[in-house]
Structures are given as structure tokens and as C-alpha cells.
Design a protein around this ligand. Structure first.
Ligand code: HEC
Ligand code: HEC
Length: 505
């Protein structure tokens, strides 16, 4: 039986293989030997967000409404921004619209992690209480974790840690009450260290990468369960997310190729995740493993997990059953709110929707220097190396999207929003819905070249380990190993040209 299957399988692979060579031959023939040629330059590349591109180039901050945002919408944008920027405080307080912080939390405001709409300061080497670098927890992915015991398969495993939940919140509010033994304790500190990896380009010049190592210390609620692993996430850029939300789902699914049927070595896969508002299983777009199907759900999750603010979509605090003081503190906070006739959630629908509007309407910076000779050459390399296989250059957003300024726009985000196996070196070995331990969502590349001037730092990849665009490319493995190898084979000049293109878009 097994033998027959094997023979059958081999036949399939041979058929697939020959199909692959035929296709390759055809591709070479059809393109006159120049594979992956860059398409002709389009004027619209200069305005990557369509009419939602920011009017004038701003180097200090990504926080500006798109040019199409006018009147009342602009007012909502800036009001929403104030709830993104201002720190939340513990309840009970006199600042009713901004209280409810914690009991456990990462930071007090959105902006402390998304500095200028981008990425906040990187965690320091050694032991610290990190802000922008969030340590999430999840089910260790046994498929590529050698330390995982076979017997674990038979246990019924929780998806989150019984003591800590699905995220380490290093801070607790300083809430003192006669009924409480003490204030809720922050969960743990992070110990971060790096190991240097040396590498060589084909031209003989050398490069260095820093491989991070993460360890939790001062753990206040005992050990993690054996089946739970750490997954570090560095706060990503957030501008342009409204436009990504407005891409029609069919335009994403048209790119799906889980089994690599087209034999190009790339197998885009969309995460299937719970849409909490509708109760349906939808395509994930937001967060680094595409856990959230809509921008609103992503923001509600941030309020609850990062700041400890409950909302209609996530109505409970992130206290586990073991975290008794956290639960008691939450209940005492609730009862004090009842006296002041506050809504059932710490953020009302009205304010929540304003924060969503702010995020939706954040514009995309205009492209820079795209037409110079150097950058044009870099553009050629981008397509020749196959970067666009995952970093899908452009879309036209859904013409029926309910927010008019986001509908029917020609945009250039450079992402398929799909999951890709990026190899062992980038793996966190943790599962998140359909994403396995080696898979990450392709991040959009628009505007990333301005990161240094806006935030005074350059940090890339899911945990911010890369200090430059070339380091980010050098870390690519798995499905992107071919593109990475081609990058190392470029001359120093060509590498510079490619980086300049990525900096310009
Ligand atoms: C403690 C740091 C922290 C705080 C505070 C925080 N974020 Fe985030 N944000 C992150 C991290 C980390 C991710 C990636 C999460 C993941 O992969 O699960 C993220 C993801 C996002 C995304 C998705 C971007 C994308 O490309 O998928 C948006 C939008 C966002 N945050 C908005 C907000 C808003 C709005 C707030 C305030 C309510 C907020 N964040 C507060 C760290 C933070
Ligand atoms: C197989 C799909 C794939 C290919 C091909 C690919 N990338 Fe990526 N790229 C990704 C994914 C997925 C990530 C996120 C990885 C992570 O965070 O660990 C990423 C991250 C990046 C980042 C970091 C962005 C940020 O904000 O952190 C840059 C820059 C980048 N890619 C550029 C390129 C360039 C240039 C090429 C061509 C040489 C390329 N990529 C080829 C999938 C791909």
C-alpha cells in the first residue's frame, strides 16, 4: 500500500518536475532570456496611496491624513489621534474618557510603541521592561521544533499559557485597595542578547547579522507551560492600513498558491482567522502573522492586550484564572465605574470608532527620487531578483469599500499580505491560526525608507533585528532564499541601487 502510494507520489513529482522545466523553457523563450523584467514605470508610483498620499513630503512623522481627507473627516482624524497619543490612566480617575488602564499592560498609549506612526525604540540589550518589542505567547509548532516530544501530540493543549495568557504584559497598575493584598504584578522582564553571524557576498566583501536571543526573567506567575513558546513582535508601521483593509478579498485570494502549483518556488498562503464581529472565518490581513481580518479588530486587540482597555469586540480584561489580583483589581475598577454610570466597556463605541477612523485615514508618504538613474536601476533589480513575487507592487482598492476616500484607489504597498515560509533563521516556532512557526506575513514596503529620518532609528523585520534594508534582505530564507542568494550575487553598486529603490518607494 505504502509502496504504491510512494510510486504514485514519485510519478506526480516527475510530472510536476517536467512541467516545471517546460514552463521555465517557455518563460525563457517568451521573454527572450530576460526573466522577470521590470514593467514600464507608471506615474502613479509617485503617489503610492493614490489620493490618500500625504500632500507634501514630511520627514518628522508619518502621522498625517491622506490628501483626500477633508472637513468633518479631518476633524475626526485629529480627535481619534488624541486617543492614540494621550496616555491612558488607571480607574477610578477624574479623566473618565481615558481611564481603565490595565490591570496588566505593556504601555499606556498607542504612540509609545508606534512612534510617529512607525516603530518605537528598540528594547535594550540585557534585562529590561520593553515597550515596542512585545513578547507574545503561543502554541509551539511541533512540525519544525526538534525539542517537541511525540507524547505532546496526545495531550490536549491550550492555545495560550494558563498563567500568562497570550502576551507578556510587563507592567501592572499601582492600584492600592484595602481588599487587595498588593497591586497586580507585572508579568516578567525580557533578557535580550545578540550573537553575531558573519557572511560573505559573492564579490568577497563581508557582512554581519545579529541573531537575537530572548529569555523571560523575574517571572511573577511561575513558569510557562511546556507547549508554549515565545514569539517576539516589534511594533510595525501603521500608516496606509485603511487602504490595505480596502483591497478586495478576491484580489488577495487570486494570489494564493499554497501548494505552489505554478512551480515558482513561492507558496502564498492566507491565514484563516476568526472575525469576531461577524463570527465568520475570514482572511487575515493585519499583525505580523495576519491574525486579524479587519483593521477595527486589530485595533480592539491592541487596546485590550497592549493597554488593558476593554471594548465591544474584546469585552474582558486579559487576566488569566491564575492572576487573582488582576481579576480582583478589574472588578473593583468596574464597580467604581458603575457609580459614575460609565459604559460597560472601558472605551465607548464612539471613541473607539474615532481611533479606527484615525488609523484608516493615515496617509502614505509620497515616493522620492523614483525617476533618478540609480533608483531606476534598483527598480530593475527588484523585479529581476523576484522581490515582487511576495512584495506585490500594486492594487486597485475595492470600488465599493464603504469609506469613500479609500475606495477605488490605485495603490503601491508592495505586499501580498500573505504568509510565507521565511526559513529557520527567522522562525519563532509558534503557530498562530493557520500560520506555522516559520511563516510571516509579507510587510508592506511603502514609506519604510523614511524610518530613519522620522524615528531616528532603522529597524526592520518582525522583531526589529535588522538595522538596515540590506540586513533585512540578507535575513530572507525559505521561500525567499532564491531572492536572497541573487542579492548576494549582485555587485556592491547594484546592491546599493536596489536598496535605494526600496528607500524611495
Ligand atoms: C506595547 C506596544 C504596542 C502598543 C501600545 C500598541 N501597539 Fe499596535 N502593534 C504592536 C505590535 C507588536 C504589533 C504587531 C502585533 C502582532 O503581530 O500580533 C502591532 C500591530 C498594529 C497594527 C497592525 C499593523 C499591520 O501592518 O498589520 C495596527 C493598525 C496597530 N498596531 C495599531 C495600534 C493602535 C491603534 C494602538 C492603540 C490602541 C496600538 N497599536 C498600540 C505594538 C503595540
Ligand atoms: C517569499 C516571499 C518574499 C520574497 C521573495 C521577498 N520578501 Fe521581503 N519579506 C517577506 C516577508 C514574509 C518579510 C517579513 C519577515 C519577518 O518579519 O521576519 C519580508 C521583509 C522584508 C523587508 C523588511 C520590511 C520591514 O518593514 O520590516 C524588506 C526591506 C524586504 N522584505 C525587502 C525585500 C526585497 C528587496 C526582496 C527581493 C530581494 C524581498 N524582500 C523578497 C517576504 C518576501
Amino acid at each position: 500500500m505504502i509502496k504504491i502510494n510512494l510510486v504514485f507520489y514519485q510519478t506526480i513529482t516527475t510530472v510536476k518536475e517536467s512541467a516545471k522545466y517546460l514552463m521555465l523553457l517557455f518563460a525563457v523563450f517568451a521573454s527572450g532570456c530576460s526573466e522577470n523584467k521590470a514593467p514600464a514605470f507608471q506615474q502613479s508610483e509617485l503617489s503610492p496611496g493614490g489620493t490618500m498620499t500625504v500632500k507634501r513630503l514630511q520627514r518628522q512623522s508619518y502621522i498625517h491624513p491622506g490628501a483626500a481627507v477633508k472637513g468633518m473627516q479631518k476633524l475626526n482624524f485629529w480627535t481619534g489621534f488624541s486617543f492614540f497619543r494621550d496616555p491612558w490612566v488607571a480607574s477610578p480617575s477624574s479623566t473618565k474618557s481615558r481611564d481603565g488602564l490595565g490591570p496588566l499592560f505593556n504601555t499606556r498609549s498607542c504612540i509609545s510603541c508606534h512612534d510617529a506612526g512607525s516603530r518605537g525604540p528598540m528594547a535594550k540589550v540585557g534585562e529590561s521592561m520593553p515597550s515596542s518589542l512585545v513578547i507574545k505567547l503561543g502554541l509551539r509548532d511541533k512540525s519544525n521544533d526538534i525539542n517537541y516530544q511525540e507524547t505532546d501530540l496526545t495531550k490536549s493543549l491550550t492555545l495560550v499559557d494558563p498563567n500568562y495568557g497570550d502576551q507578556i504584559q510587563p507592567r501592572g497598575i499601582l492600584f492600592r485597595h484595602p481588599k487587595l493584598a498588593h497591586a497586580p504584578k507585572g508579568e516578567a522582564l525580557l533578557k535580550l542578547s545578540y550573537q553575531t553571524i558573519d557572511g560573505l557576498y559573492a564579490d568577497g566583501s563581508s557582512y554581519q547579522l545579529s541573531q537575537p536571543k530572548y529569555q523571560l526573567t523575574k517571572m511573577a506567575y511561575g513558569d510557562l507551560a511546556d507547549h508554549i513558546g515565545l514569539t517576539p513582535r516589534f511594533a510595525p508601521n501603521i500608516f496606509g492600513a485603511g487602504l490595505l483593509d480596502a483591497i478586495h478579498v478576491d484580489d488577495l485570494l487570486a494570489q494564493e498558491d499554497v501548494d505552489d502549483n505554478n512551480q515558482d518556488g513561492i507558496s502564498a498562503k492566507y491565514n484563516r482567522v476568526m472575525n469576531i464581529a461577524t463570527g465568520t472565518l475570514d482572511i487575515g490581513r493585519f499583525s505580523l502573522k495576519a491574525k486579524h481580518p479587519t483593521l477595527a479588530q486589530q485595533i480592539a486587540a491592541a487596546f485590550r492586550n497592549d493597554i488593558g482597555i476593554t471594548s465591544r469586540l474584546f469585552p474582558t480584561e486579559s487576566c488569566t484564572e491564575q492572576q487573582i489580583i488582576c481579576q480582583q483589581t478589574a472588578r473593583l475598577g468596574e464597580s467604581s465605574n458603575e457609580h459614575s454610570h460609565q459604559a460597560a466597556f472601558e472605551i465607548s463605541d464612539k471613541l473607539f470608532n474615532l481611533v479606527v477612523s484615525f488609523n484608516q485615514l493615515l496617509g502614505v508618504p509620497p515616493a522620492r527620487n523614483l525617476t533618478t538613474e540609480k533608483v531606476s536601476k534598483g527598480r530593475e533589480h527588484f523585479y529581476q531578483l523576484g522581490c515582487q513575487q511576495c512584495h506585490t507592487p500594486s492594487y486597485r482598492t475595492d470600488k465599493n469599500y464603504p469609506v469613500e476616500v479609500l475606495a477605488d484607489q490605485l495603490i503601491w504597498p508592495y505586499s501580498d499580505l500573505a504568509l510565507h515560509d521565511m526559513g529557520e533563521m527567522l522562525a519563532d516556532n509558534v503557530k498562530e491560526d493557520d500560520a506555522n512557526g516559520q511563516e510571516w506575513r509579507t510587510p508592506p514596503l511603502w514609506g519604510i525608507g523614511l524610518q530613519k529620518s522620522t524615528t531616528k532609528q532603522q529597524r526592520f523585520l518582525h522583531d526589529g533585528r535588522a538595522n538596515s534594508i540590506s540586513e533585512a534582505i540578507l535575513w530572507h530564507g525559505g521561500e525567499a532564499a532564491v531572492a536572497q542568494k541573487k542579492f548576494t550575487q549582485l555587485t556592491a553598486n547594484q546592491r546599493q541601487e536596489l536598496v535605494e529603490f526600496v528607500r524611495a518607494i
